[in-house]
Design a protein around this ligand. Structure first.
Ligand code: PGA
Length: 248
């Protein structure tokens, strides 16, 4: 069985003060089980690692460079993330693809580099509203995954998690219906089984796009939805805790 995850993507939000009160409330909730992860702004990775030490939270990055070291102003590399104690990185979030022009081949290189450093990769994919209306969802998502994971061998199902996030559902309050999401997840499962016949059934596929405590249960009820990548509703500890409880 694939594991369930709740991953908070804080994007460019949360002050140090917000983070401290988040950790206080999360600790008080006494959630000891589950895979509950947070990707803060990179500048806050270290302090979140320190303040969350006594909790079950794991901390990761929102993006990573495809390069090792060198003249790449503003970038963060996998080896330094690993050295710091980061557990995972997102790769290919739609905001990185669109706002920062990250291409499939760059995302493939980033994924390889992060896996080489033993960071778990959460590989994101998803279609625009226009692509959905043209019935291209499956084609687009399969291309993003096949190109992004090209020539990547995985030894275990835990090394890489796929996050399906329809772009029209991110930050808009419009969630894909559980059935809409479920059917894309099923087609992603089929693709993962083709790409990784030994472990495809064990790999986790998260849904993202306006996930909140009021819709998480219906989403998780779908066979191939193994948790969520959450933006807005992960910023407040109370709602993050509710999501974590739902995924236990
Ligand atoms: P949202 O963001 O939950 O605010 O829609 C999800 C994401 O971008 O990962």
């Amino acid at each position: 069985m694939p594991k369930n995850y709740i991953v908070g993507n804080w994007k460019m939000n949360q002050s140090l003060e917000d983070i401290n009160s988040f950790i206080t409330i999360f600790s008080e909730s006494n959630i000891k089980d589950g895979n509950n992860w947070i990707a803060p702004q990179s500048i806050h990775i270290n302090s979140l690692l320190n303040s969350s030490k006594e909790t079950s939270l794991k901390v990761g990055s929102q993006t990573v460079s495809e390069n090792d070291f060198g003249a790449f102003t503003g970038e963060i590399n996998s080896s330094s993330l690993k050295e710091l104690g980061a557990h995972f990185t997102l790769v290919g979030h739609s905001e990185r693809r669109t706002l920062f022009n990250e291409t499939d081949s760059a995302l493939n290189a980033k994924t390889k580099k992060a896996l080489d450093e033993n960071l778990i990769v959460i590989f994101c994919c998803g279609e625009t509203l226009e692509q959905r209306e043209e019935n291209k969802t499956e084609k687009i998502v399969h291309e993003q995954i096949s190109n992004g994971l090209k020539e990547i061998n995985l030894k275990s199902a835990d090394q890489l998690i796929v996050a399906y996030e329809p772009i029209w559902a991110i930050g808009t309050g419009k969630t894909a219906s559980p059935e809409q999401a479920g059917s894309v997840h099923q087609s992603i499962r089929n693709l993962l089984n083709e790409l990784y016949p030994n472990i495809g059934n064990e790999m986790s596929i998260l849904y993202g796009g306006s996930v909140k405590p009021s819709n998480i249960n219906d989403l998780l009820a779908q066979t191939d939805i193994n948790g969520a990548l959450v933006g807005g509703a992960s910023l407040k500890a109370e709602s993050f805790v509710e999501l974590c409880k739902a995924a236990l």
